[in-house]
Design a protein around this ligand. Structure first.
Ligand code: ADP
Length: 216
């Protein structure tokens, strides 16, 4: 894990060093100074996000943080998660479809589960195509409650589907998108720690469905 993280820290640190040195040059134009400052700040944001996420993950993994399941209104939780990504969706012109029918009560850790769901919704927007849709559907079975989150974006090829849950794995189409490859890793951890599971299905071209199964 340490070598994984050091590797991830290298790029933003190298970029900060380089642009920090460039900023010390005396004859910069105003435009250059601004450009270098922007790059420096972007790297700093990435580092901050990476460190915060790693601290959260290691606390979860080491058992310092225990998930605390509480009886929760699932529709309410999903609406809260949608609120968090709503402006991103509007900005990318992605329509969100969620039509809760009846109340669904389920035992889960609200904060961590919300975060897991936000990561998946966020990806649905990030890897969308223009004028995409993101559909959220809840189905209750005897033992599990199932949440399907379906987008009609880039899709995930079969050979990548088992890899995307690995820590720091970034797949096809992620090159020009922000992220560090831990959203799905964290999401799966949170769901499996609550005795649930998560799977993805996609034809690799016309979108993906992430299905979360949580014990009732
Ligand atoms: P990140 O988005 O930061 O790269 P994630 O762990 O959230 O990290 O996702 C891992 C990889 O899985 C992404 O880099 C991307 O290739 C792929 N992926 C995740 N969600 C989707 C999606 N909804 N559509 C297409 N590809 C996706």
């Amino acid at each position: 894990m340490i070598s994984d993280i050091s590797h991830q820290l290298k790029t933003p640190l190298a970029s900060m060093k380089m642009f920090g040195e460039l900023l010390a040059e005396p004859d910069l134009t105003e435009g250059e100074r601004k450009e270098y400052c922007d790059i420096l700040n972007q790297s700093l944001d990435k580092l901050t996000f990476l460190t915060e996420s790693m601290i959260r993950i290691s606390r979860l993994e080491s058992g310092i943080i225990q998930l605390k399941p509480l009886k929760t209104d699932l529709n309410e939780l999903l609406l809260e998660a949608i609120k968090q990504i709503y402006f991103k969706a509007v900005y990318k012109k992605v329509s969100i479809i969620f039509d809760p029918q009846e109340e669904v009560w389920i035992n889960l850790d609200v904060n961590w589960t919300r975060e897991a769901i936000i990561n998946i919704l966020d990806n649905g927007i990030k890897y969308s195509r223009p004028d995409g849709t993101l559909t959220i559907k809840v189905t209750e079975y005897d033992i599990y409650t199932r949440i399907d989150i379906t987008d009609n974006g880039l899709g995930i090829e079969e050979k990548e589907q088992s890899k995307i849950f690995q820590r720091f794995y970034r797949g096809r189409g992620s090159e020009d998108k922000e992220g560090v490859g831990i959203g799905l890793y964290l999401a799966r951890k949170v769901i499996t720690q609550q005795n649930g599971y998560i799977k993805v299905s996609s034809d690799g071209r016309t979108g993906s469905t992430f299905s979360l199964f949580l014990p009732r």
